[in-house]
Design a binder for this molecule. Structure first.
Ligand SMILES: [Zn+2]
Length: 102
């Protein structure tokens, strides 16, 4: 799971070439560039909100930091499943790729 998140965070840097790697073969519907990464405004909004909520939870509610971190990771993974958006590095277009690997 950690590897999945790291791959998402570095996005365009993925050069692994594995057949199951979703960084390959995604082209921008706007300019047909293949330089894209997973992300988008909604994902970043979720990240920022989660981090803020986690800090508040630990500092104010005094919840266990490890527990909060686990919840944050789970919600980030869930958010990626819900907001499966990609951002074009060339023109900035955002779109939802079609999953056609099955
Ligand atoms: Zn583009």
């Amino acid at each position: 799971m950690l590897r999945l998140i790291l791959r998402d965070l570095c996005g365009s840097l993925c050069l692994c070439g594995e057949s199951g790697c979703d960084m390959k073969g995604v082209t921008c519907p706007n300019c047909h560039s293949d330089r894209s990464r997973r992300g988008g405004r909604r994902i970043w909004t979720v990240y920022v909100a989660l981090i803020a909520a986690a800090i508040l939870a630990v500092l104010i509610a005094r919840l266990h930091a490890g527990l909060v971190a686990g919840i944050v990771l789970a919600v980030i993974v869930f958010a990626h499943l819900v907001f499966d958006e990609r951002v074009c590095l060339d023109c900035g277009a955002q779109w939802r790729p079609r999953r056609d690997d099955n």
